[in-house]
Design a protein around this ligand. Structure first.
Ligand SMILES: [Zn+2]
Length: 142
């Protein structure tokens, strides 16, 4: 009887160890290794932006920049666009200073990443129609 109990206990331990290993295997499976230089140059940028690797880098950069938009803080600009007014705005976007298509090797380089607000990012990426118009006017005038 005692022996049977013991074997049962051991079996339980074995089973729980097995489950543990299985869970770890699953976790490792979820985080897939990617050769980003290869993937980005192939055009798989969405795969990169949705990756755990980028998620970790993004979080590190936001933390470094205290979740504050560096453009509106006057700490960073691209040399073309400048903020009209210095203000403290929450950052929710991480921008590649040198684009990943240009330098896929710098895709995860924290020095190539800067925290921006949505608005600042639109300005930097030249996606604001208002800003484009403004730029055209100034180009014509000056
Ligand atoms: Zn960007």
């Amino acid at each position: 009887m005692v022996l049977l109990k013991k074997t049962n206990q051991y079996r339980e331990i074995e089973i729980s160890l097995l489950l543990c290993g299985e869970k770890m295997k699953k976790r490792r499976k979820r985080r897939v290794y990617h050769n980003w230089i290869y993937e980005i140059s192939k055009g798989n940028t969405n795969l990169f932006y949705n990756s755990t690797d980028f998620d970790i880098a993004r979080e590190k950069v936001l933390e470094r920049d205290h979740y504050t938009c560096q453009f509106f803080l006057g700490k960073w600009n691209d040399g073309i666009h400048k903020p009209d007014k210095i203000k403290i705005v929450k950052a929710n976007t991480v921008h590649h200073i040198i684009s990943i298509k240009e330098r896929p090797d710098l895709a995860l380089d924290l020095n190539n990443l800067v925290s921006l607000s949505f608005e600042a990012h639109e300005i930097i990426e030249d996606r604001l129609k208002k800003h484009k118009k403004y730029k055209k006017i100034t180009e014509e005038r000056w």
